[in-house]
Design a protein around this ligand. Structure first.
Ligand code: FAD
Ligand code: NAD
Length: 493
């Protein structure tokens, strides 16, 4: 593409927010020649989230699962503008997105606005800390800042920075626990690694952490080997609720063998600098509150709606009953709007907030936008032809134009034949540690539930093949090999 050409006034401006699974999968398949495409995201890379838990322990280096958006966009047919900024507000009436450069280096202008004809919201979700209790009226919602202490003392696992923070914190805990004359109780606390949330993020992280301890930490720092302990806390009666019963049991058994403690029916209510307070239900049904001291606390309790999305929802009356994000119709149009679509974790379309769903939604929108452009081109051609038909000098010429119109109508019908979005579930996969994985795979009409080491090799090859680029694939494979041969790097940076 040419270097930053001016927007073509004959084309519509399509603004895409976010560079995650939904937006990037849309961009991959979008014919960028049809629109003036503008991408806005605070992240100038795509992140392959399924392998993020492996970055917390150094099994994989984070840059191996990042793909620079600039590198990807430069291969598109027509130039796409990218602004590294956060969308702070979407004004639906004015058709404008307000953007803000949140990075450290700021130019004279760090906040401005981007007008759009069409808008795709793919900003994902933020971490739930349950400040956003869903049934509460907005005025009360704003006064609650979540389970106390989570934001101050807990670490999340969503972005690259989170994984780096966790990796450093693990090592900090180990080094501090071995500090001269440390009190034995304090050593125990520092080496207690608590993970809150038994969804796939919490389970995968707990598995990776125990692996790190088993294969590297206990050899390199033998003093910690009797005290390092991983506990997974889950409010519901079991972990991994989206997996089949046999795989839940398998995961719980594997964790037990690996000495990871699972505390189900235990709801964390308060977090302080050194301990969490959790309410658990005993076998007699009685509730009790206890304190669990920790050194590392990873908070993985799922998703909450981003403020920019909440604000947009408040502008649209048809969104007033939606709580978990932008309610969309079967064509992913945000209900109550025209020319605004939503994909991925910020959209509510009755599917789980997964990469699989976001990627399919993005690809669907690309097909739809490509078709919309084709439709418009055919309709313009048809308008020209009907004029030509009227002006035709004789019957023969009229007949010729008539045949062309007929052909075009046929093409138009074919192009317009895009059905609503239908999600095709390929299955669920999760790594559970000690070279084991669980998989619920959709197999013809049925479901195949499998867990173990063979599933782990399947998990590895599936994720390797799903990596964004060949470069990512090579880097991930090399990281796996490096970790096996030399052990993981325990330096704290
Ligand atoms: P994201 O991928 O989160 O992307 C959102 C984008 O929007 C980002 O680029 C972000 O920087 C940008 N953004 C944020 N705020 C703004 C703003 N104000 N303005 C503009 N841009 C903004 N799913 C699976 O199917 N399989 C898995 O194995 C799997 N593993 C996971 C492991 C982890 C650790 C995590 C956290 C999630 C995992 N998921 C997995 C879930 C999956 O990552 C999400 O469902 C998916 O990322 C959603 O895609 P998205 O495009 O909606 O959002
Ligand atoms: P989740 O919503 O799947 O799980 C969060 C868990 O935290 C829930 O089980 C909830 O009961 C528990 N919880 C909430 N508050 C709690 C509290 N105060 N105390 C104790 N437990 C509490 O969240 P996730 O694991 O981050 O996953 C988010 C999304 O990403 C899901 O859709 C998931 O399927 C997807 N994902 C998929 C994979 C995979 O396929 N391998 C991996 C990671 C994430």
């Amino acid at each position: 593409p040419e270097d930053q050409p001016e927007p073509d006034p004959n084309k519509k401006t399509l603004v895409i927010l976010g560079t995650g699974w939904g937006s990037v999968s849309l961009l991959k398949k979008l014919d960028t020649e049809n629109y003036n495409v503008i991408v806005v995201s605070p992240r100038n890379y795509f992140l392959f989230t399924p392998l993020l838990p492996s970055c917390t322990t150094g099994t994989i280096e984070h840059r191996s699962i990042m793909e620079p958006i600039r590198n990807f966009l430069r291969h598109k047919k027509a130039a796409v503008k990218f602004y590294e900024a956060e969308a702070t507000k979407i004004d639906y009436e004015k058709k404008v997105v307000y953007i803000n450069d949140q990075s450290e280096i700021k130019g004279d202008i760090s906040a401005t606005e981007v007008p759009f004809d069409m808008l795709v919201v793919g900003v994902g979700a933020e971490n739930a800390t349950f400040g956003e209790l869903r049934a509460l009226p907005i005025s009360i919602k704003l006064t609650i800042s979540g389970i106390p202490g989570v934001r101050e003392h807990g670490l999340f696992l969503k972005e690259v920075g989170d994984a780096q923070r966790i990796r450093n914190r693990i090592m900090d805990c180990c080094e501090t626990a071995t500090f001269k004359d440390q009190d034995p109780e304090e050593v125990k606390r520092l080496l207690h690694m608590v993970v809150v949330g038994g969804g796939p993020t919490g389970v995968e992280f707990a598995g990776e952490l125990q692996d790190f301890f088993n294969s590297d930490l206990k050899k390199w720092i033998p003093e910690i080997k009797d005290h390092f302990h991983v506990t997974l806390v889950e409010a519901l009666p079991n972990v991994l609720p989206m997996f089949s019963k046999q795989l839940i049991d398998y995961t719980e058994r594997t964790f037990k063998e690996e000495t990871i403690t699972i505390r189900t029916k235990t709801m964390v209510k308060n977090v302080t600098e050194k301990y969490i307070e959790a309410e658990s239900t005993g076998p007699d049904g009685k509730k009790q509150t206890e304190r669990l001291p920790y050194g590392l606390l990873v908070w993985a309790t799922g998703n909450a709606v981003r403020p920019v999305v909440k604000d947009l929802m408040e502008q649209i009356p048809a969104q007033k009953d939606s709580r978990r994000g932008l309610a969309v119709n079967e064509y992913l149009v945000v209900k109550g709007t025209e020319n605004v679509w939503a994909v991925g974790d910020c959209a509510v379309a009755n599917y789980a907030p997964t990469a699989q769903v976001a990627a399919q939604e993005g690809a669907f929108l690309a097909r739809m936008f490509n078709n919309m452009a084709k439709t418009e081109a055919i309709e313009a051609q048809l308008a020209q032809l009907s004029e030509a038909q009227e002006k035709a000098p004789n019957q023969e010429a009229r007949e010729k134009v008539f045949q062309e119109i007929k052909e075009l109508h046929k093409r138009l019908r074919r192009v317009k034949q895009i059905g609503p979005f239908q999600y095709s579930h390929q299955g669920s996969l999760a790594y559970i540690g000690s070279d084991k994985a669980v998989a619920d795979i959709t197999w013809y009409a049925g479901n195949l539930a499998t867990g173990g080491t063979i599933t782990y090799f399947f998990w590895r090859s599936a994720y390797l093949s799903m990596c964004f680029s060949t470069r990512n694939r090579v880097l991930v494979a090399v990281d796996w090999l490096k970790a096996k041969v030399f052990g993981r790097d325990v330096s704290r940076v």
